[in-house]
Design a protein around this ligand. Structure first.
Ligand code: UD1
Ligand code: UDP
Length: 373
């Protein structure tokens, strides 16, 4: 098979790595396209280096911009690449602007689309990511779901065919890289940290960074934490904190974004993680670290149901209280699969290929339901 794989933002490099490896191991031809949504060394190249991701075949260098402009630039440039490459299928992952641009470009060219991390919903359409997910799922052909909740959500939206629960490719990456990260990262020594002697925080959601009142509350909450807090700051957040004139207590240490290996080691040894990141919520669960989610809702509801993640909202007093009281149970069910998601995805792609994916099926389904009338 010839597969175009689209990545663009930090989590997509992590999600993409195991699938790239599995595709290549099975002798398929992967054409890797980097939209250029993230471009700083610490937001992009470091992941290629550490995760052994091959250099992109195309880097579209779209860069930053307003939602519509960034997505539109990607759409045009992706269309040109897809016309040139003519793949058997296109893989997009997650919920970024690179995801929806890739799916739209492929759909307009009638190319089969496989969505990795399909069916996630926050039910908050103010989030750009929610729009990206809903649109991507509505035009995809194969749906690879991280959790059973996502499978049920797609069913509730009338999407049943081509849906597979594979587990989380981020778990694949996590399990594969854990021992490598432990060998390569000296971040604890560099920062003078001891295991369980600090908390780790990340914040980058637009809803938190672009609303000065919410961001000020997060700053206040971190300032009330009863232990050292290591805070690798996303560039978007760095700018927003500057605009706010935020002042941090001495125990909150702001650092540049860290590479994947350093991040894994910081996560694994943290006493607690406070985050609004989707990937980091799941990684907290993989490592068995208690998590406070600095949002009012989450897509990763299974981690909350399991008792390991708490929706902490935005009130500093509430967050401070949860910071002390949150104690997860002993059990941690395998809700994100067994770390073989990438291999399963490649096998499903191989099996779907002779059917030309969902195109024919979708037309007949529409006709059967009267949709084609
Ligand atoms: C994007 C995704 C979000 C994902 C996050 C992962 C969308 C709508 N959002 O959000 O779902 O969780 O990536 O980190 O796709 N910037 C830099 N250097 C970079 C990249 C960004 O300085 O390498 C700054 C720019 O000022 C930019 C801002 O960060 O405007 C936001 O970047 P952008 O990619 O638009 O959105 P993220 O907040 O990163
Ligand atoms: N990450 C990292 N360094 C950092 C912050 C995050 O390596 O400084 C990793 C994190 O471990 C996870 C991925 O980036 O694998 C998640 O990306 P992010 O939080 O930016 O996006 P989200 O998952 O919320 O879409």
């Amino acid at each position: 098979m010839k597969i175009v794989s689209i990545v663009g933002a930090r989590p997509e490099f992590v999600q993409g790595a195991p699938v790239s490896r599995a595709l290549r191991e099975r002798g398929h031809h992967e054409v890797l396209v980097h939209t250029g949504q993230h471009y700083d060394y610490k937001m992009s190249q470091t992941f290629f280096d550490e995760l052994g991701i091959p250099a992109p075949d195309h880097n579209l260098e779209v860069g930053s911009g307003a939602q519509g402009r960034q997505t539109g630039e990607m759409l045009g440039r992706l269309e040109a690449v897809l016309l040139q490459e003519r793949p058997d299928a296109v893989i997009v992952r997650g919920d970024t602007n690179s995801t929806v641009a890739g799916a739209l470009a492929a759909a307009k060219l009638h190319l089969p689309i496989a969505h990795v991390e399909a069916g996630e919903r926050s039910f908050d359409r103010h989030m750009p990511e929610e729009i990206n997910r809903v649109i991507t799922d509505s035009i995809s052909d194969l749906f690879f779901c991280v959790s059973q909740t996502a499978v049920r959500q797609l069913a509730a939206e009338g999407i049943g065919e081509g849906v597979f629960w594979t587990g989380d490719v981020m778990l694949d990456a996590n399990l594969h890289n854990r021992p490598i990260a432990r060998r390569h990262s000296d971040i604890l020594a560099r920062l003078g940290l001891t295991a369980q002697g600090y908390a780790l925080a990340t914040v980058h959601r637009a809803a938190n960074t672009d609303d000065p009142a919410r961001l000020a509350n997060i700053v206040a909450a971190l300032n009330r934490a009863p232990e050292p807090v290591i805070f690798p700051v996303h560039p978007r957040t760095r700018q927003a904190l500057g605009r706010l004139g935020a002042a941090f207590a001495e125990h909150v240490r702001l650092i540049e974004p860290v590479g994947y290996f350093d991040m894994m080691v910081l996560e694994e040894h943290a006493r607690l993680i406070a985050t609004d990141s989707g990937g980091v919520q799941r990684e907290a669960y993989f490592f068995g670290v208690p998590c406070l989610t600095l949002r009012d809702e989450t897509e990763w509801t299974e981690t909350v149901t399991a008792g390991w993640n708490v929706l902490a909202g935005n009130d500093p007093a509430h967050i401070a209280a949860l910071w002390i009281s949150h104690r997860p149970p002993a059990e941690r069910p395998p809700i994100f699969g067994d770390g073989t998601a990438a291999q399963q995805i490649v096998r499903h792609l191989e099996a779907a290929q002779p059917l030309a994916f969902g195109r024919t099926r979708r037309r007949s389904a529409l006709a059967a339901g009267g949709g084609a009338a």
